[in-house]
Write a protein that binds this ligand. Structure first.
Ligand code: ZN
Length: 231
């Protein structure tokens, strides 16, 4: 069932080692089929060099396995919750990519210091609070998903305009309209995290880019009057 989706998700997972976003088996990508109410996700603990598209596991929005010989990623419940709440996303990625994870560990959001960031993310990429001991013991992965959705709502962050979040003391989740777009978010996130880190090293008093410049760059690619690229 859903063989095309499994192949798409397999290929998106293989982009993680290609773009140096993962070490060993860390990281996972999923992609959704809204009609069937299922998503496809990387199996847990399988090295990328051994991964085959046939290994991709189908799961429902409550995280129950529907098809597959292997167990789905241990982060499945987080992906499931994001799909359940945000009906306009089609792909989710989790990595421990080095620079983004360094910001997550430091507890700091990534400020927008320039147009590389503004072209993809409208405003800071937020670092969320750490789960409480109770939340962790109750349902770690599910509550991670809940925290992302709740904090975006609480802080009035549009999850389409800011398609990534950093979980404190953990690492990034990113999403997009399909699995490849979600990986693109994760790749750009890592790049802007690296640039932000270096920017602060060069100038420890640096301020975020002016709002009008952030507005211009985000809107020319994503706003109603976007004009970047080819028609
Ligand atoms: Zn993780």
């Amino acid at each position: 069932m859903l063989e095309e989706l499994k192949q798409e998700v397999y290929e998106a997972n293989m982009l993680l080692p290609k773009y140096n976003l993962v070490t060993f088996t860390w990281g996972n990508v999923s992609g959704v089929d809204r009609e069937k109410g299922l998503f496809a996700i990387k199996p847990s603990g399988v090295p990328y060099e051994d991964l085959k598209w046939q290994d991709i596991v189908l799961v429902d929005f409550d995280g129950n396995k529907v098809e597959g010989n292997l167990n789905p990623s241990s982060d499945t419940a987080t992906h499931a919750y994001l799909y359940k709440c945000w009906e306009d996303i089609g792909g989710v990625v989790h990595t421990h990519s080095s620079y983004a994870t360094s910001f997550a560990q430091s507890g700091r959001s990534i400020p927008c210091y320039g147009t590389t960031h503004a072209d993809y993310f409208y405003g800071d990429i937020p670092t969320l609070r750490c789960l409480t001991k109770e939340e962790l013991e109750e349902a770690y992965e599910l509550n991670t998903g809940k925290l992302i959705v709740q904090e975006f709502a609480m802080r009035s962050i549009d999850h389409i305009a800011v398609s990534a979040a950093l979980c404190k003391n953990h690492g990034p989740f990113a999403w997009g309209k399909n699995p490849v777009k979600a990986v693109e978010s994760a790749v750009v996130l890592e790049e802007v995290a690296k640039m932000a880190y270096r920017t602060e090293l060069i100038n420890s008093h640096v301020q975020p880019a002016p709002q009008y410049l952030q507005d211009k760059h985000y809107m020319r690619k994503h706003g109603p009057n976007a004009y970047y690229g080819q028609k």
